[in-house]
Design a protein around this ligand. Sequence first.
Ligand code: G6P
Length: 585
Amino acid sequence: MCGIFGYSGKETIVSSVILSGLKLLEYRGYDSWGIAVTSKGKTTIKKKPGKINLAEDPKLTGSTGIGHTRWATHGGVNKINAHPHTDCSGDIIVVHNGIIENYRELASKFLRKHSFVSKTDTEVVAHLIEQELSKSKDSKRAVLKTFQKLKGLNAIIVFFPKSNELYAIKNSSPLIFGTDKKKKSFYLSSDVIAFPKDVEKIYFLDDETLLSFGKNSYSLNSSSGKELKLALTAFSQDVRGREMGAYSHYMEKEIHEQPKILSEFVATKEKEIRNLAQKIDKAFGSYLIGCGTAFYACLAGSYLFSTIAKRHINPAIGSEFSYLVDFLKKESLVIPLSQSGETIDIISSIKHAKEKKAKIYALTNVYGSTLYRQADYQLLLSAGPEQAVVSTKAFSTKLAALLLTAYTLRGEFETGKKLVLESVEEIKKILTSKQNKQIAKKLSKKSHVYVLGRGPSYPIALETALKLKESSYVHAEGFAGGELKHGVMALIETGTPVLVLNPEDETYQDTLSSAYEVKARGAYVIGISSKNNSIFDEFINVKDTKEATLISYAVVGQLLGYFTALAKGVNPDRPRNLAKSVTVK
Ligand code: G6P
């Protein structure tokens, strides 16, 4: 979950380079941060709990340094446990993303004589390297040997300040190398988003290979130490998500970007959509898998494929999928949906699926992500970098992709396209309405909110509830309308807000009946529909655009989440305890 960053190259204000990179990685974890830089022969380690404040930049000039932004796993949130961590001498400095599953074992087996200062798993890395160096002075060998002892999915950057060398190695957790046109500056980062604008060439590290670099050169070695060729690829940064511009939060910006992104998606992805539809058509069983918001897109997809294409597609939660792989065959198609392409439950699921020889068709937003590289086929969402922890524009793009694919399977790509574009027009109107803000103000004063939907609207009810929960901490529960009498009804009291998703499809009447039932128990009913009804205490008018109505509804849910967070004084971009890229189990 954490973000790691490294720099080596021409002399610069190295602390600023690292802190700017870390700021862009902060979505990965933001309970504490730290940097280590060498400036004029002196090494400074600065670390602090809390979010990164660029005003605290010590502005140190130098040519090498590393940094870390933390999402705590082992050890509480405090200065001592913040990275970087060092060995006993302070000459080996480490930042780490992942979990070292056997760190206790390693400490008691090899490091009894070392003194530990933190409660982290990471610190063993620095001490293990120190131990290896006591046997042989070869730092490359020491890093490799150490990494080979670690169990778990990890990425580390090791900094030797005396020689100004950096080493990077990983297993599953992402790590990317970037350099400028003239190869004068070298960077390492958990995500390409953090690379400065001068980075023009990148390289995605493979597992268990060691990248070493100093001021003027770099090299790559296999786990056995053999020299490998490092093939750089061209990189052009999509900076759409990097600057907040005139918006107050990334979440707001990303919600507002949706009309443009969705229009571009339908205009440019026909070939990929047709390809995906063809693969589904030929597959013997297809599975949609995702986590959190992405799972709700999978669930919505299963309804869309059923109603539009008359195809059964199995949706599964990423973390549950490894218990379902017994059904997979080499003819099966697994379609993982993941904004980041790094979510650990997705990566380990596809590992299981690949062992069964199933084919993987990834829908991800991040080019070069682990999922992107491990999949047999890819459909890039191209929604631009998502910076807010809660997913918005990647979700609506996934819905559009699945809707278009379902229509393509029916031989009607153009119909799907038309519907998505109609919903885009509706979203533009929704974005300018003041009503969501007013309703959110009311929701922010409540302890519980319920969201009711049936059929394809059910996943959107779940997603709306999730948006409220994660961005504003209001307890919200989404449920299928038919389940009302099976439990939820017991919780309805006078004034309990119930959001009712009521599109004019086959669910219309039954959903309305549920609205009557909660109203009879005193609920405050907020209807989201194209048709007003006297039963609604509030009516959010959303035009029906057949199956694409789901996308418009999702945007209403996002806005309600966003404005409820603001009304509660919570930063919607950085919900407590969460991180955007969930790379640990
Ligand atoms: C985290 C994020 C969610 C996201 C989920 C799956 O929980 O906070 O917004 O939906 O991970 O992430 P992915 O990158 O796989 O879509």
